[in-house]
Design a protein around this ligand. Structure first.
Ligand code: ATP
Ligand code: LTN
Length: 329
């Protein structure tokens, strides 16, 4: 069975974008792949997080992973810091990555160009840790949203370079980008990604939003003044985004939804999107509440960390041996 790995960085509450672009796909994949998913808590602290908020976000993320259908019997689920090999291989990866490569990472470059102050060295070298996350487990595929594709490509380059220098060590992974829902846009500004780090949260639906406020956000989503229901991503990005959200949650094609609503106006279409979203949220939230009450998180994380450590420690040992870091007695 091929192996698949992905991580989520819960610097805030998980969003509908995370669900459609990532989590939901993990659940589908766990039947056909050996699935490894982890909470990238080290990646969270590349920027200051209030410790209390961070703890809550991490807990909620694990509970939501399970609530969305990840099954600890099928998938390995763990917290990044519970497996020490991540940080150690992350450093080794940083020693095999060129500054020029990190300078080309658009996520970092964009923030630099905006003149952001006080960015940390951890943020800059983040792709090296991400490479370690992936390469430790010989993952064949890495399902991610569009925004992370460049980081997985850098991981491939680092892996190939390492293999050339030290001999075949790492599996070179491939990014896997879902066709529908790879980039869900903000409801208040459909030219931007729906993001938990958005300043106002009008454009972002959180998986734990109460249903009334989720509905309100959809009903007041920014669209356009053309008044035509069709699929025109360039001129009607808001409308396109709403249809994409409904399509990916309902399983209906985008064309089918357009066909049903084309003579009914934006209000009716938004009402439908809100129904579909609220139905999904309600299911997830009911499961989430059961999971939090059942106190099963600790057991899931302990077992996950044990399984992950076995794989990761063996790979790290191999890497250290190949580099010549170990002394033989
Ligand atoms: P931020 O919201 O702060 O920009 P993020 O949500 O991209 O961060 P993660 O939580 O690590 O960061 O993302 C987890 C996964 O969800 C990634 O694979 C990412 O590509 C995907 N994802 C995040 N936002 C969206 C979105 N709006 N549409 C589709 N996929 C998304
Ligand atoms: N960088 C990713 C989170 C992440 C990840 C990973 C995803 C950290 N390590 C390894 C896939 C594989 C993000 O910001 N979404």
């Amino acid at each position: 069975m091929k192996r698949m790995l992905s991580g989520i960085k819960p610097t805030g509450q998980l969003t509908l974008g995370n669900y459609i672009g990532a989590l939901r796909n993990f659940v589908k994949y766990q039947d056909d792949y050996e699935m490894i998913v982890f909470i990238a808590n080290l990646h969270c602290i590349t920027e200051y997080q209030d410790p209390k908020d961070l703890r809550k976000n991490l807990t909620d993320a694990v509970a939501l992973y399970l609530a969305c259908g990840l099954d600890p019997e099928k998938s390995t689920i763990f917290l990044q810091t519970d497996v020490h090999a991540h940080a150690e291989l992350g450093y080794i990866m940083a020693c095999n990555t060129y500054l020029g490569e990190l300078n080309r990472m658009t996520q970092f470059k964009d923030r630099m160009a905006k003149g952001e102050k006080n960015m940390t060295a951890g943020l800059y070298s983040y792709p090296c840790l991400m490479a370690a996350d992936i390469l430790l487990y010989d993952a064949n595929y890495v399902p991610v949203g569009e925004d992370q594709k460049q980081h997985v490509e850098l991981t491939r380059d680092i892996a190939q370079r390492f293999n050339n220098k030290y001999g075949e060590t790492f599996v070179v992974p491939e990014p896997l980008i879902a066709k529908v829902g790879a980039r869900i846009m903000s409801l208040s500004d459909p030219t931007k990604k729906m993001s938990k780090s958005e300043e106002t949260n009008k454009g972002c639906i959180y998986l734990l939003d109460d249903l009334k406020s989720a509905r309100k956000k959809i009903m007041s989503a920014v669209t356009d003044s053309l008044g035509i229901i069709q699929l025109d991503k360039v001129n009607q990005p808001g409308l396109y985004n709403l249809i994409e959200i409904a399509s990916s949650l309902s399983g209906r094609s985008m064309e089918d939804i357009v066909e049903e609503f084309k003579d009914q106006g934006y209000g009716k279409l938004k009402g439908y999107v809100a129904d579909v979203v609220c139905e999904s949220l309600e299911k997830i939230q009911n499961r989430y509440n059961e999971i939090i009450e059942s106190k099963q998180l600790e057991k899931v994380l302990n077992e996950g960390a044990l399984k992950a450590s076995k794989m990761a420690d063996a790979k790290l040992e191999e890497v250290k041996r190949k580099i010549g870091l170990e002394i033989k007695y």
